[in-house]
Design a protein around this ligand. Structure first.
Ligand SMILES: NC(=O)c1ccc[n+]([C@@H]2O[C@H](COP(=O)([O-])OP(=O)(O)OC[C@H]3O[C@@H](n4cnc5c(N)ncnc54)[C@H](O)[C@@H]3O)[C@@H](O)[C@H]2O)c1
Length: 349
């Protein structure tokens, strides 16, 4: 990558994947210039990037992607050339039980605002980070994966709102020639994930000596990718991805929830009696599986392939074990946006 020419705006860079992406960028290209534009919702944590706070090419701006005037000003002032968007409401359960309005505002309208700002500021390339959940679900035993040609058929409010943003990207490319790329990635794992999500949540439950809640019968399958492999794929697309195209990202690593749960139990030295089956999520998608042939043909290869998943998962579990202060600090910052149970549980990990 020729980082001398790239002034990058990262939207939503204080969350899980965005902060891992910024870590990866600075470790690989120390001189690349990055503006991190994030609203700091309950899921955003500026401290994920504390080690770069004095790093000259790094700037943090608190802002909402729905605020077009602010986006335009930030792009203009910082002579932004490239944009990548991680900003989203991401927790599927919140989109079911807490109402979907914020999801539509950020995941659909917010993307449209970025597209307008990209056009107004002659941005060279915009990568909109999206999810495989927009494709709906696969059957458990069908011999089929999601390809870039699979129709968009989301089942969850979260996924429908993401699909709205993706369709806007396609429409802006066709109508205005906006240089936008959309990615559909599978489930990520790694450090800095908000602890309401499955892997960190299970780790903290087990560390507290409590059982882990598995939805339904635990047969639901997800295709797990290490967040750093996702970050590498996104850098490649900023450089070599073709505007107007969709790219699937996944590392061919499908696991059902029971298998994943047993692996976490084993790493932490617990038996299966620590599993508690709970009522299934309404409309729970059965299986996601990604065909990543297209991005592989650009030269992307995951480090954490399926046979290294055990290593990646162990490193991830150990990261949460060794960073309980990170969770306690996060919950202290966000306690007004968490329920009483979450505040009490995570404050004591
Ligand atoms: N986590 C996964 O497994 C996964 C898989 C595939 C795709 N994705 C996609 O990757 C992206 C990042 O996911 P994540 O897991 O890092 O999410 P996250 O919830 O950890 O972080 C989201 C970030 O966006 C910020 N944000 C939210 N609304 C905003 C707004 N209106 N304006 C500016 N910033 C805002 C939050 O403060 C937070 O920092 C999302 O678009 C998600 O759909 C995630």
């Amino acid at each position: 990558m020729n980082e001398d020419k790239m002034n990058l705006l990262v939207c939503g860079g204080a969350g899980f994947i965005g902060s891992n992406f910024i870590h990866h960028m600075f470790e690989t290209y120390p001189d690349v210039s990055i503006v991190n534009y994030d609203k700091l919702t309950y899921a955003g944590n500026e401290k994920n990037l504390a080690k770069f706070s004095d790093h000259k090419p790094y700037t943090f701006v608190k802002g909402d992607i729905c605020d077009l005037a602010k986006l335009n000003a930030v792009m203009e002032q910082n002579k932004i050339t490239h944009v990548i968007n991680f900003a989203a409401e991401t927790h599927v359960d919140r989109s079911i039980h807490g109402g979907a309005k914020e999801f539509v505002l950020t995941n659909t309208l917010g993307v449209q605002m970025i597209l307008d700002a990209v056009n107004a500021n002659a941005i060279k390339k915009f990568v909109n980070v999206s999810t495989d959940e927009v494709y709906g679900a696969l059957d458990l035993y069908e011999d089929r994966l999601f390809t870039e040609e699979t129709p968009i058929m989301p089942n969850m409010p979260y996924a429908a709102a993401k699909a709205g943003g993706d369709l806007m990207c396609n429409a802006y490319f066709r109508t205005h020639g906006t240089p936008v790329i959309v990615t559909h990635c599978s489930n990520n794992y790694g450090p800095y994930q908000f602890p309401e999500k499955l892997i960190p949540f299970f780790v903290f439950k087990l560390m507290a000596g409590e059982k882990v809640p598995v939805y339904g019968d635990g047969r639901n399958v997800r295709d797990w990718i290490h967040v750093r492999d996702h970050a590498k794929a996104l850098v490649l697309l900023l450089e070599k991805g073709e505007p107007g195209h969709v790219y699937n990202i996944g590392s061919n690593n499908e696991r059902d929830n029971m298998t994943l749960t047993k692996m976490i139990l084993e790493i932490l030295g617990h038996g299966e009696h620590m599993i508690e089956f709970v009522k299934d999520r309404p409309g729970h998608d059965l299986r996601y599986g990604i065909d990543a042939t297209k991005i592989s043909s650009l030269g992307w290869k995951p480090h954490y392939t399926a046979d290294r998943f055990g290593d990646g998962l162990r490193e991830t579990v150990e990261w949460y074990q060794n960073n309980t202060h990170w969770v306690r600090d996060l919950i202290e910052q966000k306690k007004d946006e968490m329920n009483a149970w979450q505040v009490s549980f995570f404050s004591n990990v």
